[in-house]
Design a protein around this ligand. Structure first.
Ligand code: NAP
Length: 267
């Protein structure tokens, strides 16, 4: 199957207006799959949709949605309408706060968790159901090296990313044999506007040689069939900053599935 057959006829990119999300949308559209572009700010979404239409002759749909809102999922379903979704990219998920847990109102962290876990989970449940029925499709969940351990200034963020890691591994185990690809793409520092704003606020220079959104998106799309984990900058079997390599996590996922099969069965 080519890209359109595997991941068409429509993709949803959550957090599409800039940075890696914008790069995902542009590359998916360049492959011939139109996107439903989601973010809070309508202006950049409209500009991106115009750009994609101009470059690829492909129409994209835009929807201004706050993914942290409990109403986000309903808004997304409304924007999708009757379109068949073959690819869901959950990109939005950074923590722009860079603050200790007690130094922010708890609602800041509740919003982060709602966006990164609950809305993402609802979308995966909704979109993956029809992918499973069709026997093809993809879920690409953008992650962070923070998923591998908590540390100061990242309490809610790293916890939400650890959720994404285990969630993606489990979904991969449940879905990939039926033709639905699941990948969590674990990023390191990437040159996005959100990272730049955080570094500027802290008075820290942008490091040289950090990842570029285009390169990150290309890696994620190219590794989508090789889930459940891709660590930025590392080969499949390299350990790096992760406690286990992508290959080891894949084997561990299968081993846990096998060990629990006497309870859940093998299907
Ligand atoms: N940049 C890095 O160094 C880095 C490192 C590791 C992991 N990552 C991961 O990479 C992904 C992208 O990160 P990023 O730096 O580009 O920042 P981000 O804030 O996660 O993503 C930016 C995009 O998401 C949208 N967005 C953010 N919050 C939203 C919300 N509540 N509702 C709807 N849309 C929302 C933004 O548009 P609007 O502002 O218009 O809503 C924008 O299009 C995240 O999952 C992050 O955890 C990034």
């Amino acid at each position: 199957m080519n890209f359109v057959e595997r991941y068409g006829p429509w993709a949803v990119v959550a957090g599409a207006s800039e940075g890696t999300g914008r790069a995902f949308a542009r590359q998916i559209a360049a492959e011939g799959v139109p996107c439903i572009l989601i973010a809070r700010r309508q202006g950049p979404l409209t500009a991106l949709a115009d750009e994609i239409r101009h470059e690829n002759g492909i129409e994209c749909v835009t929807a201004a949605v706050d993914l942290a809102s409990p109403r986000a999922f309903a808004r997304i379903v409304q924007a999708v309408g009757g379109r068949d979704i073959g690819l869901f990219v959950s990109n939005a998920g950074a923590d722009p706060n860079g603050a200790r847990f007690l130094d922010r109102d708890v609602d800041v962290w509740i919003d982060l968790v709602q966006r990164n876990t609950v809305t993402m989970l609802r979308c995966c449940h909704y979109f993956a159901a029809s992918m499973r029925d069709r026997g093809r499709g993809g879920l690409l969940l953008v992650n962070s090296g923070a998923c591998y351990g908590g540390s100061r200034f990242m309490a809610a963020y790293s916890a939400s990313k650890a959720f994404t890691l285990c969630f993606a591994e489990a979904l991969w185990d449940e879905l990939h044999e039926g033709g639905v690809d699941v990948l969590t793409l674990v990023l390191h520092m990437t040159d996005t506007p959100v990272l730049r704003a955080l570094l500027a606020e802290k008075g820290v220079a942008v490091p040289e040689n950090i990842a570029r959104p285009d390169t990150v998106a290309a890696l994620g799309l190219s590794r989508l069939q090789h889930g459940p984990v891709q660590n930025w900058g590392l080969a499949d079997d390299e350990i790096g900053y992760a406690p286990m390599s992508a290959a080891a996590r894949r084997q561990r996922t299968l081993a846990i599935g096998a060990a629990s099969s006497h309870v859940f069965g093998k299907e």
